[in-house]
Design a protein around this ligand. Structure first.
Ligand code: ASP
Ligand code: MG
Length: 422
């Protein structure tokens, strides 16, 4: 017997038929003798509709009322799921965040979970009940009001509930059947991974693989909650086979590095397009200058990604290059040009339309030569590298957007990630 928290995303809850199909996955786990708690998203599109209504009522609204309104989508699906499960003969009831309770801080619209009292959930589950909990919401201990966790937050709710009830696993049911080595729309030979470590998943998520909300992966890593990403569109009654062909969960397991026997040097290749590059030439090489430059951008809420500063040639000045999203380029240039005397530079140049291509893998820590082999693979295709950044388990390059897909395909093949039979 295992204790499992299952989470259904918006497409898995989109209508009554989809809810019934999702409920059959729960039924299968219950019949296999497991204890199950369910966390649900709102029906797909619902939260957008609610946000739209709030903004139509008043663009400048009270964030506490925003939360009261947008949290309602999950209340509907939690109730519906409980009804459908009951109809299938499974004892079930719904819980809103405050009823669990899931406590948060009072950052309305982007609240953080501070604590979950598992007493009620534990009792229900050990008596064979299936509690169905609203994702995305909680209650603030500061003002006693409903809060929401930020868009996509129900993944985080599910992981937090799993940690609180000491679940063996948290199954995230979505509309894709797992995490892939790269975007299958770019590389048809992309493979579904059997396992990926939390750290790799974090890198992949922040580099653009949109399967899981980043915060949920951070939380899973901190509390060592094993996650699986799987599709609710699979036949609920089909035999449960893991991607490697052995009996198990038919999705990708996101787990601690320790659980992964064979550590890949490169496990995945990611792509982020629409990256703009900005260079400041002859910036004074003295303490506080970088802080002033990036402080100016931070004050405008501009998120900077790759940052490269070279050592000074003349001992007096240096060049700094960094990237921002294309959509922030004009705003960034304006902020730098009108910096109110916070810093000086000789020239500003830049361009939009870059692509950041990255290779990710925990095996990189113990293997030399990943960067050089990556550069070689790109050179073989005649692709010029504009910027390079690295972390312990990732190497990223900025290239011209025109070559983005070619680069991803070349690296995917180079690191042996292509599906054998495709
Ligand atoms: N319904 C919320 C949203 O659309 C939360 C979620 O689906 O994770 O952002
Ligand atoms: Mg979602």
């Amino acid at each position: 017997m295992a204790r499992i928290v299952v989470k259904f995303g918006g497409t898995s809850m989109a209508n009554i038929e989809r809810i019934r199909n999702s409920a059959r996955h729960v039924k299968r786990e219950i019949e296999a003798g497991n204890e199950v708690a369910v966390v649900v998203s709102a029906m797909s599109g619902k939260t957008n509709e609610l946000v739209g209504w709030v903004n139509e009522a008043s663009p400048l609204h009270d964030a506490r009322e925003y939360d009261a309104i947008v949290a309602s989508g999950e209340q509907v699906t939690a109730g519906l799921m409980a009804i459908v499960l009951s109809e299938m003969g499974i004892q079930s009831r719904s819980y809103s965040g405050w009823q669990v309770p899931i406590y948060t801080d009072d950052s309305h619209g982007a609240a953080r979970i501070t604590d979950i009292d598992p007493t009620e959930l534990n009792e229900r589950m050990s008596n064979g009940w299936v509690p169905v909990i609203t994702g995305f919401q909680g209650i603030s201990t500061k003002n006693n009001r409903v809060t929401t966790l930020g868009r996509g937050g129900s993944d985080t709710s599910a992981v937090a509930v799993a940690a609180a009830v000491g679940a063996d696993r948290c199954d995230i049911y979505t509309d894709v059947d797992g995490v892939y080595t790269t975007d299958p729309r770019i590389v048809p030979k992309a493979q579904r991974m059997t396992k990926i470590s939390f750290e790799e998943m974090l890198e992949m998520a922040s580099l653009g693989a949109k399967v899981l909300m980043i915060r949920s992966v951070e939380m899973a890593m901190a509390h060592k909650v094993r996650l699986t990403v799987r599709s609710s569109f699979d036949d609920p009654d089909a035999p449960q086979i893991a991607p490697d062909g052995t009996p198990g969960v038919p999705g990708t397991l996101v787990c601690d590095e320790e659980e992964i026997m064979e550590k890949q040097i490169v496990s995945g290749v990611t792509l982020a397009k629409a990256e703009a590059k900005i260079t400041l030439r002859a910036v004074k090489d003295s303490p506080g200058v970088a802080a002033a430059i990036f402080g100016t951008l931070a004050d405008k809420g501009i998120i900077v990604d790759m940052i490269v500063q070279n050592i000074s040639d003349d001992g007096a000045t240096t060049d700094i290059t960094f990237t921002v999203p294309d959509s922030e380029y004009d705003k960034a240039v304006k902020a730098l040009e009108n910096n109110g005397g916070r810093f000086e530079y000789a020239r500003l140049s830049g361009s939009k339309g870059g692509a950041k291509v990255s290779v990710v893998g925990v095996g990189m820590r113990s293997h030399a030569g990943v960067a050089s082999s990556m550069f070689k693979a790109l050179a073989d295709k005649g692709i010029n590298i504009q910027l390079i950044t690295t972390s312990e388990i990732k190497t990223s390059v900025l290239i011209d957007e025109e070559y983005a897909e070619l680069a991803v395909r070349a690296l995917h093949t180079y690191y042996g990630l292509d599906k054998k039979d495709a």
